[in-house]
Design a protein around this ligand. Structure first.
Ligand code: PLP
Length: 365
């Protein structure tokens, strides 16, 4: 019966008939992103038993608890639960800028590359792109990007850092570099926002603390639905007045949710139980790096610092063919350009899968 259903399926998903894809989901080694994690049994249990209310009225106890927990963790005044990290970043940029202002960030930044031109669309602001090192910028680079006080120019208003830097292959900032950028921002009257979609990966990798980040940034966005393994949700952190304005923009952007407490409960569970285990994802990423470096078709692997592996292939290599072959063995990942591919480790990648991956890689060239 199931087989006939599978065969009847015309809808394709990642090259598999959709039903087949869903049926064998648990066996796939899905390295496309850390967003593919599904809530664990324990997480589902807390989601199931959560008391909820109308969050637009401020009456959802689970959302209020999550916002308080996160604000306390970072020593920041307040937090706002949103459906996505794109929304928390875009709301932050909206709060910090006026139309005609300019946002300074690295050219690989998610806020510039992957948020649909939202800086222009939502905030009417322009962007000054800097060429950093694997997605990270420095105070001296930021300094070169600050516009002079001149009627011809946009007004430099906000600096956005990303940590870890996604397109930088999960690279992390050194604390000293962040401090120098903060100092410059204070001197020049610029606001400082952190796209911390994977900040917890950086904290674990570098042994840094959320409190230090809370003291340094005007606003911080963190994702619960990446390596932390919650199904949905991000948090924006900041001062009380800032979050009050952010709450207004969340409503305007259509992000005011009602009984979303089950999602927040998953986020709380993730913050309490899934942070220190990120170390395991980093170790797995390291062993993927090692296995890839043994393949003659791999030219280089960006230094692996957290849970993202970006590899570059040698000239003339059939990357699309390699991805297809791996897919046939149940291993999924993306090309991010004609000669680069990305693999991301996460909560749903276990030791068995790592063993299988290394075996499949051994037998492919
Ligand atoms: C995933 C991600 C976001 C937010 O993405 P959503 O899918 O909107 O939650 C923001 N910044 C970075 C660096 C990311 O990787």
């Amino acid at each position: 019966m199931k087989i006939s259903l599978i065969c009847a399926s015309k809808v394709e998903k990642n090259g598999f008939p959709e039903l087949l894809f869903n049926y064998f989901r648990d066996m796939l080694i899905d390295l496309r992103s850390d967003t593919v994690t599904r809530p664990t049994h324990e997480m589902r249990e807390v989601m199931h038993s959560t008391t909820v209310g109308d969050d637009v009225f401020g009456e959802d106890p689970a959302i209020n608890a999550l916002e308080n927990l996160a604000a306390n963790m970072f020593g920041m005044e307040n937090a706002l639960f949103c459906p996505s990290g794109t929304m928390t970043n875009q709301i932050a940029i909206k709060c910090h800028t006026q139309p005609g202002d300019e946002v300074i960030c690295d050219e690989l930044s998610h806020v510039y590359q992957y948020e649909g031109g939202g800086i222009a669309f939502n905030s009417g602001a322009s962007v000054k792109l800097l060429q950093g090192d694997r997605g990270r910028i420095t105070a001296s680079l930021v300094n070169t990007g600050i516009q002079p006080d001149d009627v011809h120019r946009p007004v430099s208003r906000l600096v956005v850092l990303e940590n870890t830097a996604n397109r930088g292959g999960g690279s992390c900032y050194e604390w000293k570099d962040i401090q120098e950028i903060e100092l410059l921002c204070r001197q020049k009257g610029l606001a400082l926002h952190l796209d911390g979609a994977r900040l917890f990966n950086a904290l674990v990798a570098k042994g840094q603390t959320p409190e230090d980040y809370g003291k340094t940034f005007d606003s911080i966005s963190i994702c619960l639905s990446k390596g932390l393994g919650a199904p949905v949700g991000s948090l924006l952190l900041g001062k009380k007045d800032f979050i009050k304005r952010a709450r207004r923009f969340r409503k305007i952007f259509g992000g005011g949710m009602r009984q979303a407490g089950s999602l927040a409960a998953a986020g709380t569970y993730a913050l309490q139980h899934h942070v220190s285990r990120l170390k395991k994802d980093h170790e797995n990423a390291k062993s993927i790096e090692k296995a890839l470096l043994e393949k003659p078709f791999v030219k280089e692997v960006l230094p692996v610092e957290t849970n993202i592996v970006i590899a570059e292939t040698v000239e003339g290599f059939d990357l699309a063919g390699f991805i297809e072959k791996m897919k046939a063995s149940g291993i999924l990942f993306f090309a991010i350009s004609s000669n680069r591919f990305r693999m991301v480790t996460h909560l749903d990648i276990d030791d068995n899968m790592m063993n299988k991956l290394s075996e499949v890689l051994k037998n492919i060239d």
